[in-house]
Design a protein. Structure first.
Length: 296
C-alpha cells in the first residue's frame, strides 16, 4: 500500500504497480459500455465507478484505489467544480455544526438550518445579505482561517474556525498526491441514468505551498455544504454534503500537472481483471447499442 511514510523508492514502485492495475481495470470498464447508475442523483457517478473498481465506500485517510490513487469522477458535460478533498476545520470541535446553527437559514421542508456558500480569499462574499465569509491566511500561526463578518454592522465575528497547515498538508499528501480524474458520458433511458466511462487523466504535483498560493489567487475555494436530515432516524442531525476545498474545471491545469494515459488496450497487455460486480449482460449490450445510436 502506498504511504508517505515509506521510503521513496518503495513508494514509487507501489505507485507504478497501482497505476498499471488501474489502467487494466479501467480498460475493462470502458469495454462495458453504458452502465446503469448504482445510485440516483449527483453522487451516482462516483458510487457507480467505485463499485466497478471494487472500491468500498469509506472514510479512510488513504487514497481510494490500492491506497495510492484517489478517484474523482464527473459527468463530461457538468459545470460542477471538482472537489479536491473534504476537511472540517481543525478547531474548534464541531465547527461545521456551529456554522450551520449560527449562520445558516431554515430549510423550507425540514425547518432545520442549512448552510451552502462558496468562499474565497480575496474578499467577503454576501450570504443572505446578512453574513460575509472569507478565507484568511495566518502565516505566523500556520493556519488557514475562516472569517465571518456581520454585513449589517461590518464587524467580524469572534468565531474563527481554522485549519492547521499540518492537517491540510496531511490531506494533500494522501488525497491529492496522485488523482485519477475520470469523465463519463451520461444518458437517461426510462427515467434511469446510464454512464459510459470513457476518459481518465492523472493529476499530480499539488503541495501545501502551492495550495496556499492558489488559495491566495482565488483558484482554490472552500465550499460549505451543510444541511440536516429531513426525516428518518437521523432527522435534525447535521448532514455534511462534502464541505471542502474545490476548484473549477477550467482551473485544473493551474492546480495540477496533467498526464494523459493511453487507455487503448493492446493485444499483449489487455487482460480482463478480476472484477466481480458488473457483468456485461445481453440487455446491457442492447442498452449500449441504443444509447450509442442516440448519440449520432
Amino acid at each position: 500500500m502506498c504511504s508517505n511514510f515509506w521510503g521513496e523508492t518503495n513508494r514509487s514502485i507501489d505507485i507504478e504497480k497501482a497505476r498499471e492495475s488501474f489502467v487494466r481495470d479501467f480498460q475493462y470498464i470502458i469495454s462495458l459500455g453504458y452502465v446503469e447508475s448504482h445510485r440516483s442523483h449527483n453522487t451516482g457517478i462516483g458510487k457507480t465507478f467505485e463499485d466497478l473498481m471494487e472500491v468500498e465506500e469509506n472514510n479512510l485517510s488513504t487514497a481510494d484505489y490500492k491506497g495510492c490513487i484517489e478517484l474523482k469522477s464527473q459527468r463530461s458535460k457538468t459545470s460542477s467544480m471538482l472537489s479536491l478533498f473534504t476537511k472540517s476545520p481543525s478547531s474548534p470541535p464541531k465547527a461545521n455544526s456551529i456554522l450551520r446553527q449560527k449562520y445558516g437559514y431554515p430549510d423550507t421542508e425540514s425547518g432545520f438550518n442549512i448552510l451552502h456558500s462558496t468562499i474565497k480569499y480575496s474578499s467577503f462574499n454576501q450570504f443572505k445579505n446578512k453574513w460575509g465569509f472569507k478565507l484568511e491566511i495566518d502565516e505566523k500561526n500556520k493556519r488557514l482561517v475562516l472569517l465571518v463578518k456581520n454585513l449589517r454592522t461590518n464587524e467580524l465575528e469572534e468565531f474563527k474556525p481554522f485549519w492547521d497547515f499540518k492537517d491540510l498538508n496531511t490531506k494533500i499528501s494522501t488525497k491529492c498526491s496522485l488523482i485519477a480524474y475520470i469523465t463519463a458520458e451520461s444518458k437517461e433511458l426510462n427515467q434511469k441514468e446510464y454512464f459510459h466511462f470513457t476518459k481518465a487523466i492523472l493529476l499530480s504535483g499539488l503541495t501545501l505551498e502551492k495550495f496556499i498560493m492558489l488559495i491566495r489567487g482565488d483558484i482554490i475555494l472552500f465550499d460549505i455544504r451543510i444541511g440536516a436530515y429531513r426525516s428518518g432516524k437521523n432527522k435534525g442531525k447535521i448532514h455534511d454534503h462534502g464541505s471542502g476545498f474545490r476548484v473549477h474545471r477550467r482551473d485544473i491545469p493551474k492546480v495540477f500537472n496533467i498526464e494523459e494515459i493511453n487507455l487503448t488496450p493492446s493485444v499483449n497487455n489487455f487482460k480482463k481483471p478480476k472484477l466481480k460486480r458488473e457483468k456485461k449482460s445481453e440487455s446491457q449490450i442492447e442498452i449500449t447499442k441504443y444509447l450509442k445510436t442516440d448519440e449520432k
